[in-house]
Design a protein around this ligand. Structure first.
Ligand code: SR1
Ligand code: MG
Length: 422
């Protein structure tokens, strides 16, 4: 491949990647026999499924602009570099949970990786009312393992600081989050959109809420400055691929060093939005109620497993500079270690709740919406569901410290769904 970047097309891919051994070994050497389909439906990149006589692979290539918006919004190609480095770290920290990488080409901003089949995007699975066995466990473990093992609780400080420096260059993708997630939803920003006029009054109410704006910026400050761990950075249900029995995590191009509650918080926010959107997807009332119950179980399990796995790692892998065992266990101060763990987990929990609420706001008020709501064509039907999510989002952000545990979050979601105040 040349050193000069050029976007691939289904027509050129075979000729351009036909000499890449790592690919031909997996899918077959005769590139003229490959079938190539461009299937990218995300906001940023090209994604090709490449099928050869011996197998299939994914080729993901960054575009020099935001695909969702077009060439008027340039975006650096180096997001492929951060995705590649994040994937290698996640694979080491939670083996088997991210696609295997076959090949990375920095100049072409492309990653050749495992084709997950018959997996589909979790968001689609949820809209179809289908469950995923063990989803909460898998995601809880993934979030705990990546949060803990990427932090100063576990890593050697030199390695961690080098990694913070490496990922600190992911400026442009962080900039997207800083604006689209933490700021734009809370004022009338140019690229925003919402269901109008149905939501106009609730949107005005939220944008008048000065405490909410302070809280959103508080968490933006945490996003920019609380470099606790390597976060996936965009862990919504479109970044998870599933079968009925398995989940894999994809797409960490937004990776950055941030708060340990960031990924799990974004995920909880997306689960909650799926929960509220269900009347738009499952018509039968009993079936819908059962599926919503399952979504709430997943919320409970994701957090419970996160906390349990984090605790397990606290006891077994606390080898970093923070809360060293020399200061606690080695002095016989086990209760202090347990109290410190509770404090850390408590802070992660409140951070996560606030991030969940902010994520719910930005997906309904900002530029990048989610299919659960957007595919409900009737705005009269969509708006009340979005409003429930907006209101619970506000409660999570402002009332974060008042939630004693995940069961109270679940109870608040049920109340909000019934139309009572969250
Ligand atoms: C302009 S990019 C919009 C959103 O898409 C990505 O998946 C991230 O969630 C980002 O915020
Ligand atoms: Mg993505």
């Amino acid at each position: 491949m040349s050193d000069t970047y050029e976007a691939l097309t289904p027509e050129t891919l075979g000729q351009r990647l036909g000499g890449v051994d790592a690919l031909t070994r997996r899918i077959g050497p005769d590139a003229t026999a490959w079938t190539v389909r461009e299937v990218g439906d995300g906001n940023l990149n090209l994604v090709f499924i490449v099928e050869g006589t011996a197998g299939t692979a994914i080729v993901k290539q960054a575009l020099p602009y935001v695909r969702l918006v077009g060439e008027s919004w340039p975006l650096p190609l180096n997001r492929a570099f951060f995705e590649y480095h994040a994937l290698t770290r996640q694979a080491a920290r939670d083996p088997g949970r991210v696609p295997e990488i076959y090949h990375y080409d920095e100049a072409q901003a492309l990653i050749v990786m495992e084709y997950l089949n018959p997996h589909i995007i979790l968001r689609q699975q949820m809209m179809a009312g289908r469950r995923v066995e063990g989803l909460g466990r898998t995601l809880g473990e993934f979030c705990a393992r990546t949060a803990f093992r990427g932090s100063d609780l576990c890593m050697q400080t030199r390695q961690k600081k080098a990694d913070v420096a490496l990922f600190s260059d992911n400026v442009d993708l962080c900039d997207i989050t800083e604006n689209l997630v933490f700021t734009d939803p809370y004022f009338d920003a140019e690229m925003n959109r919402h269901t109008s006029p149905q939501l106009d009054s609730v949107v005005a109410e939220l944008r008048q809420d000065q405490q909410l704006k302070i809280a959103a910026q508080h968490f933006k400050r945490a996003f920019t400055a609380k470099a606790e761990t390597l976060c996936h950075g965009d862990l919504h249900t479109g970044s998870i691929m599933v079968t009925d029995h398995e989940a894999k995590i994809i797409d960490p191009e937004f990776a950055f060093y941030g708060p340990m509650g960031f990924d799990i918080g974004m995920l909880l926010g997306n689960y909650l939005m799926a929960f509220f959107a269900m009347p738009g997807h499952i018509g039968d009332e009993a079936e819908r109620a059962a599926y919503q119950d399952w979504l709430l179980e997943v919320i409970g399990e994701t957090w419970t497993v996160f906390a349990a796995e984090f605790e397990n790692l606290w006891h077994s892998e606390r080898t970093g500079i923070l809360y060293p065992k020399t200061l606690y266990e080695d002095q016989g101060h086990h209760p202090a270690s347990d109290a410190a763990l509770r404090e850390v987990l408590g802070e992660i929990f409140t951070d996560a709740l606030a991030i969940a609420g902010i994520e719910m706001h930005r997906r309904i008020l900002g530029l990048a919406h989610i299919a659960e709501f957007d595919t409900i064509e009737d705005a009269e039907k969509r708006a009340p569901l979005e409003e429930k999510a907006l209101r619970l989002g506000r409660t999570l952000v402002l009332g974060r410290a008042g939630f004693a545990g995940i069961d109270q979050v679940i109870a608040a979601a049920r109340r909000a769904d019934k139309g009572a105040s969250a």
